[in-house]
Structure formats: C-alpha cells, structure tokens
Write a protein that binds this ligand. Structure first.
Ligand SMILES: [Mn+2]
Length: 358
C-alpha cells in the first residue's frame, strides 16, 4: 500500500552492506544508524564475510553486491535472495547508503525528499560528482513499486558485461542502461556546469530539487567534498580532497574519521546497536573482530560526533595542518569520559557554505 493512500508517515528501510574487514564501514554505519534511530527509521547493517560478499556479487566486482542485495529486498526476499529473509518487514521506500558514506546533517529528514512535485516518484538519486557518470549510486531511494523492481532486474541482467569488472562498475552499468532509454540527454547535464538543479524523468527518476530543501540539490544530495554536501558525505576514492579548494589529498579513512572528529556531522544523536542483529550473518570466527570494530566506531562517534551544531567563528590558524597531524591513525580509542578538547574546525566549513549561498 502506498503511504499516500491513507495519509500515514512513509516507512523507510535504510540499508548498507559491507564486508566485515572494511573498517570505514563500521564508522559510517554507526553514524547512519544514529540518524535512523533519531528519526524512527529502520536501519539494517548487512555485515558479510568477504566470501559472502563475493557470492552476492556473483563473480562481478564487489560493488555489484549492492545491486543484487537491493533487488532481493525489493522482491521481498532476504538480502541473499533466500525466500525467508530477515527483511520481510513492510516499507514504502528502501534507501541505500554506501559503506563509505555518512549522513552529515542529521536535521534533514528523509520525508523531505518525498515532497515532490510529482507524487509517488519511484527512484530518487543525485548526480555524479565527476563528469564520468550521470548519477552516483552511493545514495538512492527506491519506492516499493513494480517500476523499481523492473529497474533492478534490468540493472542486474541487462547492463553491459564490460561494467561487471570495469570502473565504475554498477554505477556506469546503470547510467549507460538509462542513457539507452533516453535519460540524461540534456546539455549541459550537471547542475555544477549549468544544468538543471531539478531533474524529473518521465515521473520516475528524480534528482533533488534546490527548492525542496534549502541546502540540498541534485549535486549536493551526496557529495565528496564536505563543504558541498547538503545531506550525505560520500568519501569516494582512496585519495581525495576533504574540501573543495584545498590541496591535500587525504585517505578515505582519514576523511571519514575527520568528518566525525572535527564536528562536521551536525545535530547527531546517540544510538544503540543490537550486536546479535549487526553480527548475525557473520561466520563465528569473524564475529569477535567485527564486534571490536563496531564498539570502537560507536565509542568514536560518542566521543566526537554527538550534538554538534554549526559554529560560525573563524577557524584556528593552520587548521588543515592540524587536521592532518591529528588524523585518526589506529591509536587507542579516546576515553569518552575525558573532554576531547578539540577545536571546532567545522566552523570553516559553515563559513564557506554560507558564502556559497549568499
Ligand atoms: Mn562509495
């Protein structure tokens, strides 16, 4: 049943998946779980052994595992395609978030993205952050609809096999498939290159409109630079800049830890994880290490990430170097009872964001 039919709040199921050795997945999923708990959404962290991840990807690059998983869930099956899955609960929208992406502004509501000019939009997605692909598959909303089930079927079955192994795998596969259908022919396409900031394709594919949410458009829905993110920070690539206009390439892991530690995550709350649910799919031998990683991520989030709000004071001099010297580097987890005493370098971000909008 469509939520709109009886005026109820739409039900979201937010899902991420990663193999249990992918360290950043623990941190991102803890942040995203906190977001979901704050807003009353169901959150599922599908934690898999590397072998199960590879099985799900069906011999393709591991990035394809998410397409298989989403397809299974939209067909009402378990994540792995089994008939009696853990995901039988009812939802109106399935929201995928990558394991290297985290919700940056926890005051933005998922419902906000559904207040669309065309009702019952099926597929909500943002633009890609480089000009290689039209769309970025790090964050996607799928309505529980026949149209989405068919999209997932074609994505898996009809994508050019070239993208099974070549970059950007599932993402390029999807974009090429949609392009064959006539999607994304507008010139210019990218909002940052003068293209529309609102895109609606045949009532099914929607990229976010600036008018819906003041701080989010189809380019900033999910983005790689902290100062251009309206909703989700997606730490793409092994080495990238943290902010646009800076020069230092930073490791994925460092960018994600810095985003949390330096107060870039706004309005975040505490969250609890049910270990049996989080670790339940793992072989017994992998559970202890995964449990430690999960607890460490939670402790890091509690120590550094909670309840930050935008501050507009100028940042301390040399803040970029300070970030680098403090980069999280596998040191013991800080004691949450001890004051952290970190300067809020997020103020620089807030200032830059403000400048961009005025
Ligand atoms: Mn990603």
């Amino acid at each position: 049943m469509c939520h709109a039919a009886h005026g109820e709040r739409p039900r979201f199921l937010v899902v991420t998946a990663f193999d249990s050795r992918y360290e950043v997945g623990f941190l991102c999923s803890v942040v995203n779980e906190a977001y979901c708990q704050q807003h009353g959404h169901r959150f599922r962290r599908v934690l898999l052994s590397p072998e199960d991840m590879a099985k799900l990807a069906g011999g393709r690059h591991l990035a394809w595992a998410k397409v298989a998983l989403l397809r299974n869930l939209l067909r009402g099956r378990g994540y792995d395609g089994s008939a009696s899955g853990d995901f039988e609960e009812d939802f109106d929208y399935l929201v995928w978030i990558d394991a290297d992406a985290l919700v940056l502004d926890h005051s933005v509501r998922l419902e906000d993205f559904l207040e669309l000019p065309v009702p019952a939009m099926d597929f909500i997605i943002g633009e890609d952050m480089a000009d290689t692909d039209l769309l970025n598959t790090g964050l996607m909303f799928f309505r529980r609809s026949q149209w989405c089930r068919e999209l997932l079927r074609r994505w898996w079955e009809e994508s050019d096999p070239k993208w099974h192994q070549e970059v950007c795998w599932d993402q390029t596969g999807l974009c090429r498939l949609l392009r064959q259908d006539g999607f994304g022919r507008e010139e210019p396409w990218y909002s940052w290159a003068g293209g529309a900031r609102y895109k609606n394709w045949k009532g099914h594919i929607f990229t976010v409109d600036l008018g819906l949410l003041q701080e989010v458009d189809c380019g900033s829905f999910n983005f790689k630079y902290l100062n251009n993110c309206g909703f989700v920070f997606h730490a793409v690539g092994e080495r990238e800049l943290l902010l646009s206009g800076t020069r230092n390439l930073l490791l994925k892991r460092d960018r994600l830890y810095m985003a949390v530690r330096d107060g870039f995550v706004l309005h975040g709350g505490d969250a609890s994880t049910c270990p049996s649910e989080a670790l339940g799919l793992l072989p017994a031998a992998e559970v202890p290490e995964a449990k430690v990683n999960l607890e460490r991520a939670q402790q890091f989030w509690r120590c550094f990430g909670l309840s930050k709000t935008k501050k507009l004071q100028p940042p301390p001099f040399g803040w970029e170097l300070q970030c680098l010297s403090h980069a999280w580097n596998g040191r013991p987890v800080p004691n949450k009872d001890k004051p952290c005493g970190e300067e809020d370098v997020g103020s620089r971000l807030a200032l830059e964001k403000r400048k961009l909008r005025t």
